[in-house]
Design a protein around this ligand. Sequence first.
Ligand code: NIG
Ligand code: FE
Length: 407
Amino acid sequence: MSDWDLLLTEARIATMRDSAPDYGVVEEPAAMAISDGHIAWIGKQSDLPKNRANDKRSMAGRWLTPALIDCHTHLVFGGDRAREFEQRLQGVSYEDIARSGGGILSTVQATREASADELFEAALPRVNALAGEGVATVEIKSGYGLDCETEIRILEVARRLGEATPVDVRTTLLAAHTVAPEYEGNADGYIDLICDELLPRVAEQGLADAVDAYCESIAFSGPQVARLFDKASRLGLPVKLHADQLSDCGGAELAANFKALSADHLEYTSAKGVRALSEAECVAVLLPGAFLTLGETQLPPVDELRTNGVPIAIATDCNPGTSPICSLRTAMMLACRLFRLTPEECLAGATRNAALALGLQDDRGTLEVGKRADIAVWDISHPRELAYWTGTPQLAEAITGGHITQP
Ligand code: NIG
Ligand code: FE
């Protein structure tokens, strides 16, 4: 009988296992054993085998859930867009600001001017804020460089953030965020640059875990995105898409055609788009922070996603333009309030389905034997509280890869 590294007893455990009812709760009091950074045993404490544990801790009735996963952020950037926020409050639209050279392009300018260290120092508190509310995995996109040098700098900073914090960072190349200023009026030329130069360099250096694009009238057309995704697929990189955020451009169908990990936003996705996502087993990532900040009124097709069995994930979309929100708990609450998701759907969306959206479902996202011991320990009386309170310090402890990393 092998020894365990850590045994947690007197716990309440929501495993969030797929298709398990009621948060996958284990009968109380529950226990969990950890070895080599992974879950070695989980169940009712009275069934605990007699293995020796090197360290044993009572959870004193606290709730354990899978650590949270933020599967869509743009948190490495220079400057901010508070001035545009004021303009939008006065009625100027996001598209108008973008067309007049503001929007993403103003962040691009500030990001190009920032050194790697400046970008790192600005992003670090954002990663720490997420970690402080139980997030152990964060996806970070590039997309505010739009030239080879700055896109690579952003991805390197993102990797560094993963090394400097207990958070596991997954990086995504989003060079196709909008047309680079040097290629104004020549989106195809810019896609060529990404396909021929940037993407091969990024793939060779192992800087990105996936490739994303923004399919929209103010960004790239379906055929342009398809060309990029073809190249990414040939280089062995999974894809995902900012789809149907401001209009129905067939983004969900496009993502499905390329067997994308996820299609994100989806406010304007049609019933046909939802069926395509379902057939392709593509995750729908909903981003209520952007919906709120843009004053959007078109709701994503939540009921259709449910009836078609499309897994729904929730993320912050943390970015300076459309979602200046650095709290996954807030995104969960907003998904309940704005999209009418249930608190249980939100927790699944920030754990199990977020792992699926990153292709990490075999490794994390639920509390099951063999998975990484990424665990959030909460001072709550029921997991439904996680989508109810925001800004409340309820995280008692975080265990990441089997190690206690918070407080
Ligand atoms: O996810 N939709 C495009 N990308 C971001 C917005 C980026 C920005 O405005 O800076 C989003 O909403
Ligand atoms: Fe985004």
